[in-house]
Design a protein around this ligand. Structure first.
Ligand code: HEM
Length: 141
C-alpha cells in the first residue's frame, strides 16, 4: 500500500477548511461534532502509524457519537423554523446520511481488522464524502 496515498486520504478528512470552520451554534450536536473531529484526527494518526488496533477503538467511539448525533436536531432546522411534514422529511434525510456514515464506519472497522489497506483508503474517501454531504445539506453554523 502506498503510504503517500493513505496520508493524502487522511489529510483530506482531517484538514479540510470545512472541518476547521468556526460557527456560533451551541447545540448538543455541535458538541458531538467536536468530539467526532478529535476522534477522526486520533484515528488518522493511528492509521498512519500502523496501529490498527487502536484505530478500531476510535472507530467504535465514532460510531457511538454518530448514534447520539442521529437523535439530535441540526441548528438549521430550528433556524429555518421547520415544522410538521417538512421537519419530518428533513429529519429522515438527515438520519439517512448519519446511517450511511455509520455503515461506512462499520466497514472501516472490518477493513482495519483484516489489514486491507486499499479498502481502508477507499473508506476514508467515503467518510470525507459523507461529511461533505452532511455539512452541505444540514449545517448552517
Ligand atoms: C468526518 C466526519 C465529520 C466531521 C469531522 C465533522 C466535524 C464537524 C465540526 C468540527 C463541526 C463544527 C463546525 C464548527 O465549529 O464550525 C460540525 C458541525 C456540524 N456537522 Fe459535522 N462532521 C462530520 C460529519 C457530519 C455528518 C455525516 C453530518 C450529517 C449527517 C454532520 C452534520 C453536522 C451539522 C448539522 C453541524 C452543525 C451543528 C448543528 O447544526 O447543531 N457532520 N461537524
Amino acid at each position: 500500500m502506498k503510504k503517500g496515498l493513505l496520508t493524502a486520504a487522511v489529510i483530506s478528512i482531517t484538514c479540510s477548511s470545512a472541518v476547521f470552520a468556526h460557527g456560533s451554534c451551541e447545540t448538543e450536536l455541535h458538541g458531538y461534532m467536536l468530539n467526532i473531529k478529535d476522534d477522526m484526527r486520533a484515528m488518522s494518526s493511528d492509521i498512519k502509524s500502523g496501529d490498527n488496533q487502536s484505530a478500531v477503538k476510535r472507530v467504535d467511539s465514532l460510531i457511538g457519537y454518530f448514534e447520539k448525533s442521529r437523535s439530535e436536531t441540526p441548528h438549521k432546522f430550528i433556524h429555518d423554523d421547520l415544522k410538521g411534514a417538512e421537519l419530518k422529511s428533513q429529519t429522515a434525510e438527515y438520519q439517512k446520511v448519519v446511517d450511511g456514515m455509520i455503515a461506512v464506519l462499520k466497514d472501516l472497522e472490518g477493513a482495519l481488522q483484516s489489514g486491507d489497506s486499499s479498502k481502508v483508503r477507499e473508506l476514508l474517501g467515503a467518510i470525507g464524502e459523507k461529511r461533505n454531504l452532511g455539512h452541505s445539506s444540514f449545517k448552517d453554523c
